[in-house]
Each structure stands twice: as C-alpha cells, then as structure tokens.
Design a protein around this ligand. Structure first.
Ligand code: SF4
Ligand code: SF4
Length: 434
C-alpha cells in the first residue's frame, strides 16, 4: 500500500503548476479527487499523450490518491475534443472513477474553473479546492505516484516554431536546448522561448535552462513575434498606456474567469486606478484574487492594454497588508455569474488572437527518454525551501539515489539523481557526469 511517507521519499511534487509537494497536499481528507487533464495552455499536449499511452497507470495513481484522502469519487477532467483519448480512458475506468469531458476553452485547467466544471462547486475567493471537498492533481503527478519510484524525469511538450512539435520525457537536469534539438531545432532566425505555455509562461532566451520536476512545455518563437513583445512589455509602458488609453469598456472584467466564478475581481477598475485619485482600498479591492491567466491582456482587451500586469502589481501591494485588513471569504459566500457558460474563451479564437494558430500541431510522445551524459540538478525546483545536498564531489551515484533532503521543519521535497555517474560539483545544483 502506498503511504504519504512513500510519496515524500519519491520526491513527488505537483507537475502542473508551482510544484507543491504532494505528500503535504495528499495528507488531507476529501470527497472527490479530480485528475486535471484539461491542459488548456494552447499547443501543449503532454498530459493528453500520457493519458493516451498510460491510462492504467494514470488511473492507478488517481485511485492511490483517492485511498489516501478517503475519497469515494474520482473524476478525470479531459477535453471532449480528444475523442480517441477519451475512449481509451473510458475503456480503462474502474469503480468510483468517471470521465468529465470539458469544452475546448481557456483556462479549463485552472484549478478553480476545473472544480466548478466537474462538480458544480464554487471555491470561494482565497480558498482552496479542499474547502469544497476536492483535491485536484495533474495527470503527470498521478502517473508519478503510480510509478512507485523516485521522480527522475519530467514530461514536456516542445512546440512553436520548431521542426517537429513533440512531447518528451527528459531526465531532470538536462536542458531546454537539448529538448529543442530533439524536436529538430528552431526554424526561426532569432529563437526565444515562452517556458510553461503561451498564456501563463515566462520569457527566456537561455537555452541552457534546466528541466525540472515542474517543466511542462516550451514554445519557441522568433524574438519579433507579437506574443514575445507582450511578455517583454516594461512596467513603465503598461502603466502609461493604462492611464492614457483604457476606455473603461470592462471587457477585461466581463471575460475574467475569476469574475465569472463570482470572485470580486474587476480588472477594469484596477486599470481605472491608474488614471484617478482613489483610496488604496478602492484601488486594490479584489486584485489579490487574480490568477494571472492573462486572458484580459492577451484576449479580452480591444486596445492591447495589460490589465493582468496592472492587477498583478496591485496584488503584490495588497499582499503586504496585514491579513485582518484584507478581504476574506468562506465556502458559500459567492456564486458563479449566470453568463459564465457563454463567456468562455474558445482556444481556436485565442490562438488566432495571439498569433500562434499556425503552430497548432499534435505533438506526439517521442519514443525514448531524452538523457544526457551531464546533468545539473537544482536543489530548488519548486515552491518551498531548497533541499540540503547529501552527496560530495567525487562520489558515485546511481539513478534514483537521494542526493538532496528537505529540511524537516520546512516545506520541501527530496531530490534524486537522474543519471548514474560522478558528482563533479555541489552548489545550488548537484552536477553529475555520467
Ligand atoms: S489575469 Fe486578468 S482575466 Fe485572468 S484572473 Fe487576472 S484579472 Fe482576471
Ligand atoms: S478591456 Fe482594455 S480598454 Fe476595456 S476596460 Fe479593460 S483594459 Fe480598459
């Protein structure tokens, strides 16, 4: 029987987001466990590929987590448009587990949107899914639980302006450049990357960036691409244009997925704050509930303004206030907007809007694991404290050996060797030569 201690020793963390350590998340009681296979970031396909290739194992992981949290119901959230994958998964269902087919919209994979779409339950602002009896976890995390061994690889999709869009299993500590090479290399003149996905990723032009437990995708674009410009927009520019150009049309609010869930966030008011003298409370009410999905900035705003960054800056301000001075909600305090169903952002339209529709390809899983003869494994790969190194220079390590241990008094996860070899350096990374 798999225990919370096993999951901790294997170093499992959430593979679909900030990497919250799974042994902490699953040490809870819940009625429902939801497998997040929505994969709503355009162009990414690795979760769909994992469900297609390893349906038994993914469902086994789901069942293990259901047992750990005492849930009687498991729901697999996957886009209905992937009919072939839905059929494969349905053919492997076990007692207590069902499939919920999701629409092709963004952000279907946002935890709170997924909880609502699969169960009809609304998570109150600032609350987590557990407050409505749900635990949500990504497909890859569940697969890692079912593998019953140390996490030494990560799955990602390489997409965008590359020869072949592919999904890859890569050893942790290899590089994004290695993965792009495996995809046949970039086709554009001056390639850069949006790491994590086109909507909620981050810009990088460092191809030596490392694969970690939370790497889920990389989109290669030319530096001149309009989406790259949006990512690189400086604060002085988005603040200035917010003041000068926002006409208060409120499209950003009307399409905001958190506003539609009934949360008190109205990005058009945050924009208005740039042009008027308002009190601090008027300025930042609700901004802390922004999930930074970028829908307002990349899709809703007809003026190409940046309400997401304006809201995110205000969110940082409000987070400096003492907790008792902030808005606080409990389950049942809010309900969804009656227009929620009709205002979802369809992915094809979104892809056209951010000019990536020409890169819409299926990204099948590459047959073999990408491995290298040198890895640099970060001791900090996710939310929480870095692990303490457990190996010294000159030591020989095996695949799966523990090389970093979390401080028992802090949130963290074990780190394991992803290749066999000799430790050549120890700093904030463990360097291993195979
Ligand atoms: S980024 Fe914009 S659309 Fe998304 S939650 Fe924040 S305010 Fe709403
Ligand atoms: S959609 Fe754009 S122009 Fe309209 S209120 Fe929002 S930021 Fe202003």
């Amino acid at each position: 029987m798999v225990t919370i201690e096993n999951i901790k020793r294997w170093g499992v963390v959430g593979a679909g987001g900030a990497g919250f350590p799974s042994h902490v998340k699953f040490d809870a009681k819940a009625e429902i466990v939801i497998m997040n296979g929505a994969e709503c970031e355009p162009l990414l396909h690795k979760d769909k590929e994992l469900l297609r290739l390893y349906p038994n194992e993914c469902i086994e992981g789901l069942k293990i987590i259901m047992d750990l949290v005492g849930a009687s119901r498991g729901i697999i959230g996957i886009k209905g448009k992937y009919k072939e994958v839905v059929d494969v998964v349905k053919a492997h269902l076990v007692d207590g587990v069902e499939v919920c087919e999701l629409g092709n919209y963004y952000p279907a994979g946002d935890e709170l949107s997924l909880v609502f779409d699969t169960t009809g339950r609304v998570v109150a602002p600032g609350n987590i899914p557990l407050t409505v009896g749900c635990v949500v976890s990504n497909v890859e995390t569940m697969l890692n639980v079912a593998k019953k061994t140390a996490v030494t690889t990560s799955f990602l999709t390489v997409a965008g302006d590359v020869q072949n869009a592919i999904s890859i299993e890569a050893v942790i500590g290899s590089t994004l450049g290695d993965c792009i090479q495996l995809a046949g290399g970039a086709l554009c003149e001056d390639p850069v990357m949006i790491v994590g996905g086109p909507m909620m990723g981050r810009f990088s032009d460092d191809f030596s960036e490392l694969i970690t437990k939370t790497t889920g995708g990389v989109v290669v674009l030319d530096r001149s691409h309009d989406l790259v410009r949006k990512y690189l927009r400086p604060k002085v520019e988005y603040d200035k244009i917010a003041k000068a150009s926002c006409d208060g049309c409120s499209f950003c609010t009307e399409l905001c997925p958190r506003y539609l869930l009934g949360h008190p966030i109205e990005p058009h008011k945050n924009m208005r704050s740039k042009g008027f003298e308002m009190t601090v409370d008027q300025l930042i009410a609700g901004a802390e509930f922004c999930c930074e999905c970028n829908l307002c900035s990349f899709y809703a705003c007809p003026e190409d303004l940046d309400p997401k960054n304006v809201s995110a800056d205000l969110r940082k301000l409000i987070q400096q206030k003492p907790k008792e001075e902030r808005l606080s909600f409990k389950p049942g305090d809010v309900d969804h907007h009656p227009m929620l169903e009709y205002r979802k952002a369809p992915i094809p339209k979104l892809m056209r809007k951010i000019q990536i529709d020409q890169f819409d390809r299926s990204a099948p899983m590459h047959k073999s694991v990408l491995t290298t003869d040198f890895v640099k494994i970060p001791l900090s790969q996710h939310i929480g404290a870095p692990a303490d190194p457990l190996v010294r220079v000159g030591e020989t390590v095996k695949v799966g050996q523990i090389i970093g241990r979390p401080d028992p008094s802090k949130l963290g996860a074990f780190v394991h060797a992803s290749i066999a070899g000799e430790v050549t350096k120890v700093d904030q990374y463990i360097h291993i030569k195979g």
